[in-house]
Design a protein around this ligand. Structure first.
Ligand SMILES: [Mg+2]
Length: 254
């Protein structure tokens, strides 16, 4: 039986700065039925707190405890697996805030680890600095490899575009904490005391959300309000399809 529904954010609950119609109603309906609501985003430009506030600002009730961002996963991964190591960050405030929150030191040089996320002030100089750290033996981790993300003005280059340049320069492959890798699901399951059978994900991207569900073994619903279209469904087939999150409801039965 499904006890928790994980919602992707961009393209699923909002688009740019606007909530998708009915998003809040669906969340409140599930909560009133005793279903746990969880938010999962590959975005790393904000911390959990800041991302929850963004939802609240759009009229969607959300708490820090329900919010899982790849900025948080980066900090958690480094704290749990590489405690005491120093990190050079190619990214924005969200990663720095989460590293500070976890007590992970970030430095300008002499790093053990290079952590990469979306950085809208990315420069050739930053790339050269990251390369120097990696050549000196630093390990490479990344928030996600999404090539693009949707905005009101159309698609913009995503973290994956920046990760690719760091990988190309260094010849190293990044360990990715975001979707479609299963690291985030393991954290959510541990934090919330849930098993795979009790979790469903709702998302708008076949190549991240639905791939994540298939790879990690949870049920999935695709919404057609974001990036992926129904005609693009081939090998990654969602269990359910809804026009938007407004129509989402849990399947009856086990
Ligand atoms: Mg999305």
């Amino acid at each position: 039986m499904i006890k928790a529904v994980i919602f992707d954010l961009d393209g699923t609950l909002y688009k740019g700065k606007r909530a998708i119609d009915g998003a809040s109603d669906t969340l409140e309906r599930l909560r009133s039925e005793g279903i746990r609501t969880i938010f999962l985003t590959n975005a790393a430009t904000r911390s959990r707190e800041s991302m929850a506030q963004k939802l609240v600002g759009m009229g969607i009730r959300a708490s820090r405890e329900e919010m899982y961002c790849s900025s948080y996963f980066l900090a958690r991964y480094l704290k749990d697996n590489h405690d005491g190591k120093k990190v050079f960050v190619v990214g924005e405030q969200g990663i720095l805030d989460e590293l500070d929150g976890a007590g992970v030191e970030h430095v300008d040089r002499g790093a053990d680890i290079v952590a990469v996320g979306l950085d809208r002030r990315f420069t050739y100089e930053k790339l050269a600095k990251a390369l120097a750290e990696l050549q000196n033996g630093a390990m490479l981790v990344a928030s996600n490899k999404d090539g693009t993300f949707p905005t009101e003005e159309g698609l913009m280059p995503g973290a994956g575009s920046i990760v690719a340049s760091v990988e190309t320069a260094s010849g190293k492959e990044a360990y990715v904490v975001g979707k479609p890798n299963c690291y985030g699901l393991e954290i959510i399951k541990r934090d919330c005391g849930l098993s795979n059978e009790e979790i469903m994900i709702v998302g708008d991207r076949l190549d991240t959300d639905i791939k994540f569900a298939k790879r990690c073994g949870i049920r999935s619903a695709l919404v057609l309000s974001g990036v992926s279209k129904k005609s693009e469904i081939k090998d990654l087939v969602p269990d359910y399809i809804f026009e938007t999150v407004a129509e989402f409801s849990l399947p009856s039965g086990p």
